[in-house]
Ligand binder design. Sequence first.
Ligand code: PMP
Length: 410
Amino acid sequence: MTDLSHLRDDFPILHREVNGWPLVYLDSAATTQKPVQVLDAVDAFYRTKNANVHRGAHTLSAEATAAYEGARAKVAAFVNAGSPNEIVFSRGATTALNHIAYGWGLNHLSAGDRVVLTVMEHHANVVPWQLLARYTGIELVYLTLDDDYEVDLTGLDDLLDERVKVVAISAMSNVTGTLGPVRPLVEAARSVGALVVVDAAQLVPHSPTDVQDLDADFLVFSGHKMLAPTGIGALWGKSERLEEMEPTEGGGEMIADVGLYESRWAPVPQKFEAGTPPVAQAVGLGAAVDYLTAIGMETVRAHEHAITGYTLKRLAEVPDLKVYGPSDPTRRGGAVSFTLADIHAHDIATILDQRGIEVRAGHHCAKPLMRYLAVPATARASFYLYNTTDDVDRLVDGLFEARSVFGFDA
Ligand code: PMP
């Protein structure tokens, strides 16, 4: 297995204890821990350069602007965007998807138009389209999953017609770890002139991502899931798509001119960044990108495949445990959801927490998927580059403990 355990020293929080046990953090699909390199970059920004950006004539403002725009250039390079201007900083994936639904959708979609989604979408890629449907009368249609939790494309040809204007898909489910079939969907969407929106909140942190190669129209992700602070994320869009998108928030920073009754917008991407932006958070995201680039995203992905494979193998040893997700670790991401007999997911998480092991339990902001899988909740272990097979072994020991607490044979 690709050994990245030396990186653990970069993450101060991994050295703390929880309930008297060394912490095992298995909730990186919710948010990741932060290395000192990111913490130091944010700290140094506030200590040495802090000022508001863009309009300032003074030195600190120029330095803060260079740091902010430098972060944009780093993020652009990280996903191979055609230009830094194709990167709009947002609060996260959720805000970015709302920008697309309102900023693009309100102006280009109308009653009877269709948006194709999948049943595995996070609420962030469902609810904005539902809100848009209320305003415009668009219809939402859903692709389902096959027996191995992969997106079922067999009915796609029947689904795709000239009514379909947008296909919006998660590149990786935060519940099942399923990789969304972005390439075939881009191809299929093009055949009817539809746009493709990719929710890459779980892809960009875990895998090399090349937006030009994927050739979608929009792709969104969150910084806090890739070692950066909360409050910063990105919306990548093809230049022509961003040009035809309207701003969804108005205020300072996003204008070229403001009159009493009319205003003109600043060029892309400032047009979408109303108000004082999250400068220090962007600097933190730039540092996170540097950190991940130094390790290499191929290495990050290889480590994730290996630890996911090890986890699936070890979980198979636990009687009455059911994993909800693709069986081939190289065809999935490192979010592993499971149920254990009829023990409630929250009880599993509580028992694990008593042993210092942090997993998520609940619907994971994917209620349509939970209903589709016919489970009220699952427990979920999710991995990042700092996790080791020791973490997985501790998880499995904890699950045997949960079995015995609930009176099941070991
Ligand atoms: N999409 C997916 C697949 C996610 O996992 C998440 C976060 N759990 C989001 C969107 C939303 O990200 P954020 O809360 O950072 O906006």
